[in-house]
Design a protein around this ligand. Structure first.
Ligand code: NAG
Ligand code: NAG
Ligand code: NAG
Ligand code: NAG
Length: 396
């Protein structure tokens, strides 16, 4: 009932609100007094000001807890109204009063909680990534259309409860993130209980392009937009190993057959009719062919083309290379249940070694220097936008 009153916030007399604030603040202070010393040590995300001037909130929930107030810049533009308000994102400081939320800076050492130092470092790293993205996008913006269409958001999954938009980049940890989204949405009690096929074919998660234009724009404006990327050529090798080195009727038939028939000299009848056994070299030939016999696929489409970072301005650009820590950082920042951490499943071919940079180099040793260079060029925008360095010494 307190919350229902809260929606009429502007109609209450100042003195009432002030009193309420005081009372609630005192209560909160009392409750958390015991945690205080720990809190000071674990202070916080990228902000060196004394704790008392800061206010940590559960992001994206409205109403905010009583002692918090939503600052005007957090009231989303556009579709307006009290329902659209939200509290500031997890690590944004407010100067109202010190509300300490134990579930952000957990005093327990549960997995998924981060030390204050790591939290600060990650905040800076992620901010730098966003900054770099802005610079690259500004530099190349002439070639980018500014109108968002359904097509631009086709790979984005929606989690309405915690207001997350997750752009799916296959082979960059997306199964585990989709599991996590399903747990956040209350579709499963824990990630362990969700089978791989349910994740990918269950149609449990809503995609952003399934909403009408207003629904799309409202979510893009007010939700936390997240993408996880991976070293582009490592991602490519991972896709090749997954789809072509293992039994897979769909990929062998749709991609294997035309690839073998175009690039293999004297292909056997069996190879032509099954599409089994595409070599890495043939796969690279197909990718570099301006007249590909079959189109691209999301597993090897450049991440920037799947997720359109210059158009959608992601709030969180995570990296597969540090997936677990960055995901848990995001989950804590989002105010997800404390016991929820990113699961670490390797769904397909669990016995095969995970694709590493070493493995990637072995595969690229099978193609010519010219092809290595062309493949790097092919993913060049991903390298630039996501700040990956040249994977081989002989590239220019
Ligand atoms: C707190 O915010 C108010 C208004 O936004 C401002 O006038 C005041 O100086 C701030 N106080 C501190 C300690 O930053
Ligand atoms: C880009 O990557 C390099 C090397 O990994 C790192 O030193 C640098 O800080 C990164 N720059 C940005 C803007 O993230
Ligand atoms: C977290 O705890 C809640 C309540 O104790 C429980 O229902 C839920 O299954 C747990 N979630 C995970 C991911 O373990
Ligand atoms: C392909 O097969 C033909 C006939 O069997 C043979 O003459 C030719 O040398 C083969 N070419 C290659 C590249 O193996």
């Amino acid at each position: 009932s307190l919350y229902r009153k809260g929606t009429d916030i502007r109609m209450l007399p100042c003195s009432f609100w002030f009193l309420l604030l005081f009372a609630a603040g005192g209560l909160v202070l009392f409750i958390h007094l015991q945690d205080l010393s720990e809190m000071v040590q674990q202070q916080g995300p990228g902000d060196d000001r004394p704790l008392r001037q800061r206010c940590l909130c559960v992001p994206h929930q409205w109403p905010c807890s009583p002692a918090q107030s939503c600052q005007p810049d957090y009231i989303s533009a556009g579709s307006g109204g009290p329902k659209e308000r939200r509290c500031p994102a997890g690590d944004r400081p407010l100067n109202t009063s010190a509300v300490l939320l134990p579930h952000i800076f957990s005093s327990s050492s549960a997995s998924g909680s981060l030390s204050a130092d790591r939290w600060k470092t990650l905040s800076r790293v992620l901010e730098a990534r966003q900054q770099l993205m802005k610079e690259i996008c500004a530099k190349y913006k002439s070639s980018i259309s500014r109108t968002i269409t359904r097509h631009h958001v086709a790979h984005i999954y929606v989690e309405d409860k915690y207001k997350l938009l997750y752009c799916q980049v296959p082979k960059a940890g997306c199964s585990n993130w989709k599991r996590t989204l399903m747990v956040l949405a209350g579709q499963a009690s824990n990630a362990q209980s969700i089978k791989h096929d349910t994740v990918h074919y269950g149609n449990h998660l809503k995609r952003l392009d399934s909403f009408d234009r207003q629904g799309i724009m409202r979510r893009l404006e007010t939700y936390t937009k997240v993408v996880f990327v991976r070293e582009p050529l490592e991602r490519l090798v991972s896709a090749y190993r997954d789809k072509f080195e293992n039994p897979n009727n769909y990929y062998h038939s749709l991609f294997g057959k035309p690839i073998i028939s175009k690039y293999r000299v004297n292909a056997s009848k069996a190879a032509l009719s099954t599409g089994n056994g595409v070599t890495f070299q043939e796969f690279v030939q197909y990718l570099l062919d301006v007249h590909r016999p079959v189109g691209m696929d999301i597993h090897w489409e450049p991440a920037n083309q799947l997720c359109n970072p210059c158009l959608l301005d992601y709030d969180f650009i995570g990296k597969f290379e540090n997936m677990e820590e960055e995901s848990n950082f995001l989950l804590r920042r989002t105010g997800a249940p404390r016991n929820l951490t990113l699961p670490n499943f390797k769904d397909r071919n669990p016995s095969a070694e995970r694709t590493s940079m070493q493995i990637t180099q072995k595969y690229f040793a099978q193609v010519s220097m010219w092809e290595r260079q062309r493949m790097y060029d092919f993913y060049y925008m991903d390298y630039l936008m996501f700040n990956y360095s040249k994977p081989f010494k002989d590239l220019y």
